[in-house]
Design a protein around this ligand. Structure first.
Ligand code: PMP
Length: 386
């Protein structure tokens, strides 16, 4: 029998997946078994229809009405690379933040070294949130892009990307948002706030399988965004040029069809349940976990005090405990699964002062966690810390 798991690592990838996601993946393996956009028999047409519907589901979740502007890829990192390498050129300046994941920091470092792209890093305020005015102050005549996360994957702090977009628009600068930790958890309405590029994972809050990611591009940025990978698209095969049309401009080679059909089901599930209701459930459990942890000795909690400025991600440090040892103890004795370390966000830890002490222990809650699991986590922490 499978070991009982209290899975609190949903910021890495969500688990379990809804039954409809598992069924959609299996349906492709067992019945459909065809590529997307290549062939014309019944199953291939059905796959094509479902992939088209996956684009619609994602587009509607973000309140945008052009599914062809939804581009699929392998994960959030893949999409951020497509965006950063596709957009930036030598001499460009980028404003980013110290809250970023290596999925933004490393492509920017590479572009610094290979193309001389210049980067300014803005740090958050006391409450873990970026002040949009500081982003504005960092903009220079040669600034091409603001690249920032919607939610810190270390502290769970929600960033004011709508206000930053207003600054970007006012100053004529493009904006890229990393929505890996917000997609499916909090709404981002691109109808109201048409951020140039929003990139995210399919396998975290959107409840799809690993190996899926997406980005949404606004029409005006497409002529400036080069295609990074050229190849077969199943369209215009007589030409040796990558088609200009969307989504094929940025999608070469066969897609992860089982994964994307799972993602389609995951997003449909979220839209049926609503982001608001799912987030309310996650935040009730998060609030209780925070409340219980505040009564424990020697435990420091990072991130905003105000619950409205957080998602279900909690980073802690416990005096005289190495975060990795604590994570191992929680798993081996209680089946409580968290993540320890820097969470691929070194500058955040530099800012928090946790870089030299093993980073933090991170609990990240998902839609399937229960109040009982939260109580058991608090009991486990109590018994380890006593
Ligand atoms: N950005 C942030 C803020 C993340 O938390 C993550 C996942 N850890 C990523 C990007 C990368 O996403 P993926 O794992 O899908 O490549």
């Amino acid at each position: 029998m499978a070991r009982e798991r209290i899975y609190l690592d949903n910021a890495a990838t969500s688990w379990p997946k809804p039954a409809c996601v598992v069924e959609a993946v299996l349906k492709h393996f067992n019945e459909l078994g065809a590529c997307a956009g290549r062939s014309g028999y019944r199953e291939a047409n059905e796959v094509e229809r479902l992939i088209g519907d996956a684009r619609k589901q994602v587009a509607y979740l973000f309140a945008t009405h052009s599914p062809e502007h939804v581009i699929f890829g392998h994960n959030g990192t893949d999409m951020l690379n497509v965006a950063l390498h596709g957009l930036l050129k030598g001499g460009d300046h980028v404003v980013t933040t110290t809250l970023e994941h290596n999925s933004i920091l490393r492509p920017l470092s590479e572009l610094k070294q290979t193309h001389g792209v210049d980067v300014t890093y803005v740090s958050p305020e006391e409450d873990g949130r970026i002040d949009p005015a500081k982003i504005g102050e960092a903009i220079r005549p040669e600034t091409r892009l603001i690249a920032m996360t919607h939610v810190s994957n270390v502290t769970g702090a929600i960033q004011p990307v709508e206000e930053v977009f207003a600054v970007a628009k006012d100053r004529g600068v493009r904006m890229l948002v990393d929505a890996a930790q917000s997609a499916g958890h909090i709404d981002l309405n691109l109808g109201k706030t048409p951020i140039d590029i929003v990139a995210f994972s399919g396998h975290k809050g959107l409840l799809g399988p690993l190996g899926t990611g997406a980005m949404i591009v606004q029409p005006s940025v497409v002529p400036e965004l080069r295609s990074l990978r050229q190849g077969g698209t199943g369209t215009k095969s007589e030409s040796d040029q990558q088609p200009d049309e969307l989504p094929t401009k940025y999608e070469s080679g066969n897609a992860n069809v089982p994964g994307l059909l799972g993602l389609r089901a995951g997003v449909e599930h979220i839209r049926e349940e609503t982001v608001t209701a799912l987030h309310r459930h996650t935040m009730q459990n998060t609030a209780r976990l925070l409340e219980g942890m505040r009564t424990l000795p020697k435990l420091r909690i990072f991130g905003p005090e105000n619950l409205e400025h957080r998602v279900g991600v909690i980073s802690i440090q416990v005096e005289s405990f190495d975060p990795h040892e604590l994570a191992t103890a929680l798993d081996s004795a209680f089946g409580i699964q968290s993540r320890a370390g820097l969470h691929c966000a070194p500058l955040t830890h530099q800012h928090l002062g946790t870089i030299g002490s093993g980073g933090t222990l991170r609990f990240s809650l998902g839609v399937f966690n229960t109040p009982e699991q939260v109580e058991r986590t608090l009991e486990a922490l109590k018994s380890i810390l006593k």
